[in-house]
Design a protein around this ligand. Structure first.
Ligand code: AMP
Length: 309
């Protein structure tokens, strides 16, 4: 099945306790597309870059089956730039610079060839832009998933609520779930958020895994305990890309398959954090991914006999 991915294609500059980078390729859309491409072979991206963006990266995306007809290249303009510094715990970070550049007036044009996409992943962008994409599709995809962040809750809550009412799956972290719902306990928060629209909610808890709320069911997926997290940038997007890519490839949106999709997303995210930016995602093979998924299975698999009195 086909996947339409919408999200930033960007330059990032990252500082972690392990080192720092100059401008490297990043962006939520880039991480989602690269991650999903491990499962889904018919992917289309809607995004915008400036004239300064490397053709080489666009060629890599093409080589992974990502159609670029909806990726606008703005002559004489600059690509979105984000810079962040991670604290020692590698969970929290400060944004140092956000230069919107081409994203400032982004008009997400959907080429005719993209119509009829089966699955839609809306990466973290202005909620009004995310909604525009949904409204511009002639037929509703089988499943619409979206990501968002605190920033939009602070400055565009009404817009965000309108978009939330249109999507099937929301993927956010625990802090964002608390802010969006006004509830501290995540089970309560999930109830409030799902009443806003998304019938399925995934709450990511960084190194502590992710919770899936779907119908009456809750599933918990661990994160792989890693010796070293080198750079967490894009881990959330990589997780989302693996999740939706797996669902699109298997074309099954049941709860049981969503559990598998969450493990697939977690496995890909565990690779993403091993090197700066997209570097590690560009190196891994299908065999690497399968082996890592197997590690997840072993991590949580145990046998137990009931001890009676
Ligand atoms: P994550 O680590 O999953 O939160 O995603 C990091 C990616 O999001 C980076 O590669 C940034 O380029 C991108 N990003 C950061 N801020 C924004 C924003 N306001 N809009 C769109 N993309 C962003």
């Amino acid at each position: 099945m086909s996947l339409l991915t919408v999200g930033s294609v960007a330059f990032d500059a990252i500082e972690t306790p392990f080192g720092k980078t100059d401008k490297i390729v990043g962006g939520a859309g880039t991480f989602i597309a690269l991650s999903a491409s491990n499962f889904v072979k018919d992917q289309r991206i809607v995004s915008v870059v400036g004239e300064d963006f490397p053709q080489e990266t666009l060629d890599v995306l093409s080589s992974k089956g990502v159609a670029l007809d909806g990726l606008q290249i703005k002559k004489g303009e600059k690509t979105f730039f984000w810079s962040g510094r991670y604290h020692n715990d590698m969970n929290s970070r400060d944004t140092l610079v956000t230069e919107l550049n081409v994203l400032e007036n982004f008009d997400p044009i959907i080429p005719e060839s993209y119509q009829g996409a089966d699955y839609l992943m809306l990466g973290n962008l202005a909620p009004a832009v995310q909604r525009q994409v949904i409204e511009r599709l002639h037929t509703r995809p089988k499943l619409i998933a979206m990501d968002t962040m605190n920033f939009w809750m602070d400055i565009a809550m009404d817009d965000l609520k309108q978009t939330l009412a249109l999507v099937d799956v929301l993927i956010i972290n625990d802090e964002e779930a608390r802010q969006l719902s006004g509830e501290y306990a995540l089970v309560k928060a999930a109830k409030v958020i799902r009443a806003m629209g998304p019938k399925t909610l995934i709450i990511k808890k960084g190194e502590h895994g992710a919770l899936l709320f779907h119908g009456e069911n809750i599933f918990f997926a661990p994160a792989l305990p890693l010796e070293e997290v080198f750079d967490p940038t894009g881990a959330g997007d990589t997780f989302a890309g693996g999740f939706i890519g797996y669902l699109a490839a298997t074309d099954d949106i049941s709860f049981d398959n969503m559990k598998r999709a969450i493990i697939a997303g977690s496995a890909l995210a565990s690779f993403c954090v091993e090197k700066f930016g997209t570097q590690r995602l560009l190196e891994i093979s299908r065999a690497d991914i399968d082996a890592r998924i197997e590690e997840f299975v072993h991590l949580t698999n145990f046998e137990m006999t009931t001890v009676i009195g």
